[in-house]
Design a protein around this ligand. Structure first.
Ligand SMILES: NC(=O)c1ccc[n+]([C@@H]2O[C@H](COP(=O)([O-])OP(=O)(O)OC[C@H]3O[C@@H](n4cnc5c(N)ncnc54)[C@H](OP(=O)(O)O)[C@@H]3O)[C@@H](O)[C@H]2O)c1
Length: 258
C-alpha cells in the first residue's frame, strides 16, 4: 500500500477521521489545517497508537498561493506524497445577493482553486513516481443546484466533475482520482456554514468516521464516485434527474430556508 498521505482539513470532522483510518492501516501522513492544537493532539494520538509518522503543518491553504506554499514546504522537507486527500472546504448559508461576496470568493478559492493547485503539483510528482491516489471530498450538493447555498453547491459540482475528468487522464500514469460525495455529516461544517435551523441541518447526519472509511476504501478501489448512503445514491442518480428542474430548485430552496 502507498504510505504517505497529504490530508487537508485534518483538524476536525471527516479530515481527522481520514487521518485516523489511514494511520490504523499503517500509513504516515502530513496533516494540514489552520488550527495547530487539534493537529498536534491528533499527531500524538496516532503516533502513540499506531507507531506511524505524522507531520503537522498548521497553515491556511485557502488560496492557490498558499496551496503552492504548502507544496514547497513538503518539497523542501523531502516528503513524497503517495495519497492526496483534498478535504478542506466550507459552505455558507444565505441568498447569494445578501451574502458577503468576499466570503463566497474565499469559498471558491479554497474549495476549488487550492484543490486544483494541489492536484496539479502533487499529481505531477505522482506521475514522475509512476503512480498515486487522489481523493477529492465533494458532496451530494454536487448533483444539483442549491438555492440558499448557491456558491457552495456550485463549488462541489466543480469538484465532482474535475475529479472524474482527471481520473480518466491520469489512469495511464497509474494515478486514480475518486470523488467522495457525502450527504449530511455530523461535523463542525453545519455551524461553520450557518446552516443551523434549516431542514437540511435537521436531518440525521452520518458519522465522520463512517464517511471517511467509505471514501478511503473507494479511493483504494479506484472508484470514480462514492456516496456514503445507498438511499441518497438511489435518489441522486435515479429520482432527481427525472424531476422537473424547477421542482428540484424549490425543494432545495425549502430544505435550506430558515
Ligand atoms: N459535514 C457535512 O455535512 C459535509 C457534507 C458533504 C461534504 N462535506 C465536505 O467535507 C469536507 C470536510 O468538512 P467537514 O464536514 O469535516 O467539516 P469541518 O469539521 O468544518 O472540517 C473542515 C476542515 O477544513 C479545515 N479548513 C477550513 N478552511 C481552511 C483553510 N483555509 N485552510 C486550511 N484548512 C482549512 C478546517 O480546519 P481549520 O479551521 O483548523 O483550518 C477543518 O479541519 C469539506 O470539503 C466539506 O465541504 C461536508
Amino acid at each position: 500500500m502507498p504510505n504517505t498521505a497529504l490530508i487537508t482539513g485534518a483538524s476536525s470532522g471527516i479530515g481527522a477521521e481520514f487521518a485516523r483510518y489511514h494511520a490504523q492501516k499503517g500509513g504516515d501522513a502530513v496533516i494540514v489545517a489552520r488550527r495547530l492544537e487539534p493537529l498536534e493532539a491528533l499527531k500524538t494520538e496516532l503516533e502513540t497508537k499506531h507507531g506511524v509518522t505524522i507531520t503537522v503543518i498548521a497553515q491556511d491553504v485557502g488560496t492557490p498561493a498558499q496551496a503552492r506554499a504548502l507544496y514547497d514546504t513538503l518539497t523542501s522537507q523531502g516528503i513524497k506524497i503517495d495519497i492526496l486527500i483534498n478535504n478542506a472546504g466550507f459552505g455558507g448559508h444565505g441568498a447569494f445577493l445578501d451574502r458577503d461576496l468576499a466570503k463566497d470568493q474565499a469559498m471558491i478559492d479554497l474549495n476549488i482553486s487550492a484543490l486544483v493547485t494541489l492536484s496539479h503539483l502533487v499529481g505531477n510528482d505522482m506521475k514522475a513516481q509512476g503512480g498515486g491516489k487522489m481523493l477529492h471530498v465533494s458532496s451530494t450538493a454536487s448533483f444539483m443546484p442549491g438555492p440558499n447555498q448557491a456558491v457552495y453547491f456550485a463549488t462541489k459540482a466543480f469538484v465532482t466533475s474535475f475529479s472524474q475528468a482527471i481520473d480518466q487522464e491520469m489512469r495511464p500514469h497509474g494515478i486514480t482520482s475518486t470523488a467522495l460525495c457525502p450527504g449530511l455529516v455530523n461535523t463542525e461544517f453545519v455551524a461553520a456554514a450557518d446552516l443551523g435551523g434549516t431542514g437540511l441541518a435537521n436531518q440525521k447526519g452520518a458519522s465522520a468516521s463512517s464517511v471517511a472509511k467509505c471514501g478511503y476504501d473507494a479511493m483504494l478501489r479506484g472508484d470514480l464516485i462514492t456516496i456514503n448512503d445507498p438511499r441518497l445514491n438511489f435518489m441522486l442518480n435515479w429520482l432527481i434527474p427525472l424531476l422537473p428542474r424547477r421542482r428540484v430548485l424549490k425543494m432545495m430552496a425549502d430544505m435550506q430556508a430558515k
